[in-house]
Design a binder for this molecule. Structure first.
Ligand code: DC
Length: 209
């Protein structure tokens, strides 16, 4: 396989299937994967512990990404709150850009990968689904882990985070002009993954010629 950089940039709201699709693309093409939401979650968790979010982002260590609380709903909301701070975003920029250009190919998923982090990404996707479908998926996942929040509460959380992520001034979530939009509301995981892989294949072909 060629070791030339090739970047797959994937944006979209929470629980649309970005993570599953990103991991599948990384496995299929042998690319490295970065879930950029984890960076904001790590800063959010440190802020919940009382740290200054800007300082926390500037001094972020790889160990912070291992924190067992990062997948909780509380940390997700904290991540969305610290993500509106331009200095927090700026502190995390270089790491993400370097990752995007690592030799051998990279997949990054988040909210602003196509629009801000790496607009020259060879393959760009915006993975979305209706708020109701995303809440239903997240609720099922949480119930399976013994979380007793109701579907209505999960839907409310999804709506609050969508609004904050897409209405902020700094790098708001929106589909990039050149991104292929995949709405997974009525798709199986297999269909969504196949659509994403076929788009990346097409972009690889276009890059090779
Ligand atoms: O993808 P996620 O749910 O783990 O992201 C958590 C929060 O981090 C999300 O609500 C907004 C923020 N985020 C961001 O602003 N930019 C990114 N590239 C990734 C996540």
């Amino acid at each position: 396989m060629s070791s030339a950089p090739f970047t797959v940039a994937i944006d979209g709201p929470a629980a649309a299937g970005k993570g599953t699709i990103s991991r599948a693309i990384a496995a299929h093409f042998g690319f490295a994967h970065l879930d950029t939401g984890l960076l904001y979650r790590a800063v959010g968790a440190l802020a919940l512990d009382g740290a200054d979010p800007i300082e926390a982002a500037r001094a972020l260590l790889p160990e912070a990404l291992e924190d067992g609380r990062l997948r909780t709903a509380e940390v997700a909301q904290a991540a969305s709150r610290v993500a509106v701070i331009p200095e927090v975003r700026a502190a995390l920029l270089d790491f993400q850009r370097d990752f995007a250009r690592r030799p051998g190919g990279a997949v990054l998923d988040g909210r602003d990968i196509c629009t801000v982090i790496y607009p020259d990404a060879e393959a760009q996707l915006f993975v979305t689904a209706s708020a109701e479908v995303r809440a239903q998926r997240r609720w099922k996942e949480l119930s399976g882990k013994g979380d007793d929040r109701t579907l209505e509460q999960v839907l409310e959380d999804v709506r609050i985070r969508d609004a904050r992520d897409s209405e902020r001034d700094a790098a708001p979530m929106k589909p990039a002009v050149g991104a292929r939009v995949i709405d997974t509301s009525d798709m199986s995981i297999e269909e969504a993954v196949a659509a994403a892989i076929s788009h990346v294949e097409m972009c690889r072909g276009a890059t090779a010629t």
